[in-house]
Design a protein around this ligand. Structure first.
Ligand code: NAP
Length: 248
């Protein structure tokens, strides 16, 4: 079953740049009535609020801060669509023995996994009150197969994939639809050191909204993720070997 965005109220975390900012633009274009744009520093949201006027409301939310999450849920009690987009990649490349994998990995788990979990826990009753609604988790193609270049980030995104499945099962009873998004390389600050062809955030955001509206529980919003998503479903071992070969 698809989730129609038209007339709905949404919240996007990490909306001040990259994919999150593009999702806010795409939601407004698709007819959302109101979009809360979440950011750690609401001054960073000035371009979005200037572009969209009263339809975009700036909301302070660090997804690792329980007090800010609770305050955001109180301020945005009309949310029907929660997009867990905020994410962090702390360490790219290097030797397996580099201690930085552990240091950055803890922070990646804190933002990507625990942040998504904590925000969804607090907003689940809000969604239930507003008719069920939808949760969209921005995972990664690295949720499905580990990229050695991004070893600890891949693990945190595999955790997001697992959480997405649990959220779908656990919130089904309250009528909440849950979508997982598995992007490949998208041209944002996070991916600036990633040596692959990249899709624009605007194209990815359009594909994400189209996937939600079509009711696709797994959304592959760019050419690389479409290929790898199909490979994962057909033969996960072959995909693992293919991606390991890229690192060699
Ligand atoms: N780009 C890619 O190739 C790619 C591929 C697959 C999946 N993704 C995922 O897509 C999502 C968006 O990433 P992006 O590519 O747009 O990267 P980005 O440009 O680096 O943006 C990351 C966003 O997350 C926010 N953020 C980080 N930590 C936060 C926290 N503790 N609380 C709230 N917000 C926080 C950042 O805010 P600040 O400005 O305050 O740091 C920023 O708005 C992430 O979940 C990422 O893992 C990206």
């Amino acid at each position: 079953m698809g989730f129609s965005v038209k007339g709905k109220t949404a919240l996007v975390t990490g909306a001040n740049r990259g994919i999150g900012e593009a999702i806010v633009d795409a939601l407004v274009k698709a007819g959302a009535a109101k979009v809360y744009a979440g950011a750690r520093n609401i001054n960073d949201l000035a371009p979005l609020t200037a572009r969209h006027g009263a339809r975009v409301v700036a909301l302070k939310i660090d997804v690792t801060d329980p007090t800010q999450i609770a305050a955001a849920a109180a301020a945005a009690s009309d949310v029907q669509l929660l997009v867990n987009n905020a994410g962090f990649a702390g360490h790219v490349g290097g030797a397996f023995t580099d201690p930085e994998w552990i240091t950055s990995g803890r922070q990646e788990m804190e933002v990507n996994f625990f942040g998504t979990f904590a925000v969804t826990q607090v907003f689940a009753p809000v969604l239930a009150k507003n008719g069920g609604g939808s949760v969209v988790n921005i995972a990664s193609v690295a949720s499905l197969v580990s990229f050695a270049l991004l070893a600890s980030y891949s693990a945190s995104k595999a955790a997001v994939h697992s959480l997405t499945q649990a959220t779908r099962a656990m919130l089904k009873g309250q009528g909440t639809q849950v979508f997982g998004v598995y992007p490949g390389p998208i041209d944002t600050r996070m991916a600036e050191d990633i040596p692959f062809d990249k899709t624009s955030p605007a194209d990815a955001a359009r594909a994400i909204i189209a996937g939600i509206e079509a009711g696709a529980e797994e959304i592959y919003p760019d050419p690389m993720s479409q290929g790898m998503g199909a490979g994962y479903l057909a033969n996960p071992k072959e995909l693992e070997q293919q991606v390991a070969g890229m690192a060699a």
